[in-house]
Design a binder for this molecule. Structure first.
Ligand code: SAH
Length: 392
């Protein structure tokens, strides 16, 4: 029997799902607010309005996250601002590096004890941050360990942004050997379903792309939002003035199999979700990325490659094949290389641009979620597993 996904009842009220307990959201942080709201907040604290710009320049411009390092602020102001606008949201539990320092993974504990992960990936020409948008995930995809864990809660805007600001600081310190020091891309491919936390993810994108000191000044095109395919949310995203890259986790070209691999397909079918994704591509002029984890003898048959090719032929889309990263205890494995090559060949023959994703960080439980899984298992015997792929 397939587990049913937990879908928010309203895009604007992403916390309105049947969770067992009320989620405990973190205290307010400056990254939750736009510059105008920050000015109001500092004035309400009895500070001069220019402090909003001052602390924003520290945080977004110089990537300084601790108020004590903002040495041009009077001590009394620092104390007031720490409590009200710069609380610690993310506490590192573990940090691991691999691929000769080009991949670095951080496991964070949030204020309520939830665990989430972020990954920094360095390439010769760019540095990419992979961030989490929720603690856990409600979408219940059986090959993804985060999906097995269930949803704990949505992350706040600032909890999302602070992951990126931290990673941008790591990159700026020169720690990612062989890569430029400026973080230039963000992918929402860590834990969680970003479009199930719609308003906060959109605001986080606005903060990441606003020029400093309001935000981090990244290019919208360099932000990828990856989704299981919540059709109303894709349609809403299409109507926003944002040109982010959309990735759709398809994993099967037919409804029978997709109903099982991506249970939300029981609600929105392949044809419907592709339609929404193609409309997004048409509106933005940006190619959509079709994510497809190749699972041995499950979705890697030549006929499925041909069917996928038929669905995507002539569309503004490319396929990103991901060798399955087996989750602990899973019955599934990655497809053998010759099968993968044949799948690629058939897609290309159909005229569909296809790449195989470079999988980073396997030796550090690189797929997002596995660190959290280890930690949870240690903390509570038989604890939940968590996994989501990390690279782009
Ligand atoms: N919820 C979003 C983002 C999460 S993960 C989404 O589903 O798109 C990013 C990608 O990693 C998704 O395509 C997801 O299906 C994939 N993924 C999850 N677990 C995986 C695994 N064990 N091996 C390979 N890819 C996996």
């Amino acid at each position: 029997m397939t587990i049913l996904p937990v879908i928010p009842t309203s895009l604007d009220q992403p916390d309105a799902v049947a969770t067992r307990r009320r989620p405990s959201m973190p205290p307010r942080h400056l990254a939750d607010l736009d510059l105008a709201a920050r000015k109001e907040a500092v004035s309400a604290l009895g500070e001069p309005a220019f402090r909003a710009k001052q602390i924003s320049t520290h945080y977004f411009g110089r990537l300084v996250r601790e108020v004590d390092a903002m040495t041009d602020l009077p001590a009394a102001s620092r104390a007031r601002l720490t409590g009200d606008l710069l609380p610690t949201l993310l506490t590192p539990v573990r940090e691991l590096a691999c691929d000769d320092g080009a991949t670095r993974k951080t496991l964070w504990r949030l204020h309520d004890g939830s665990l989430v992960e972020s990954v920094l990936m360095g390439y010769p020409d760019r540095v990419t941050a992979c961030v989490s948008s929720q603690a856990g995930c409600g979408m219940a995809c059986p090959f993804c360990a985060t999906g097995q864990q269930g949803l704990t809660r949505n992350l706040s805007i600032a909890e999302i942004v602070d992951q990126v600001v931290y990673l941008a600081g790591v990159a700026a310190s020169g720690a990612v050997t062989g890569s430029p020091p400026r973080l230039s891309r963000v992918v929402f491919m860590g834990m969680g379903e970003p479009l199930a936390n719609y308003p906060r993810v959109i605001e986080a994108v606005r903060r990441l792309t606003a020029p400093a000191p309001e935000g981090l000044g990244l290019s919208q095109r360099h932000i990828t939002v990856s989704t299981v395919g919540l059709v109303p949310a894709i349609r809403r995203l299409t109507a926003e003035d944002l040109n982010v890259t959309l990735a759709l986790s398809l994993h099967a070209p037919d409804d029978d199999l997709r109903d099982e691999l991506v249970p939300v397909n029981q609600r929105w079918k392949v044809a419907e979700v592709l339609d929404a994704a193609f409309d997004y591509a048409a509106r933005t002029g940006r190619r959509i990325s079709i994510e497809y984890a190749l699972i041995r003898d499950v979705n890697d048959q030549p006929w499925r490659a041909d069917l996928l090719g038929k669905l995507l032929r002539g569309k503004l889309a490319h396929v990103n094949l991901i060798p399955l990263n087996p989750t602990p205890g899973s019955k599934w494995d990655a497809s053998p290389k010759p099968v993968e090559r044949e799948f690629v060949r058939r897609l290309r023959e159909a005229g569909v641009a296809t790449t195989v994703r470079d999988t980073r960080g396997r030796e550090i439980d690189g797929a997002c979620g596995q660190l959290a899984a280890g930690e949870l298992t240690e903390a509570s015997a038989g604890g939940a597993a968590a996994d989501a792929e990390v690279a782009q």
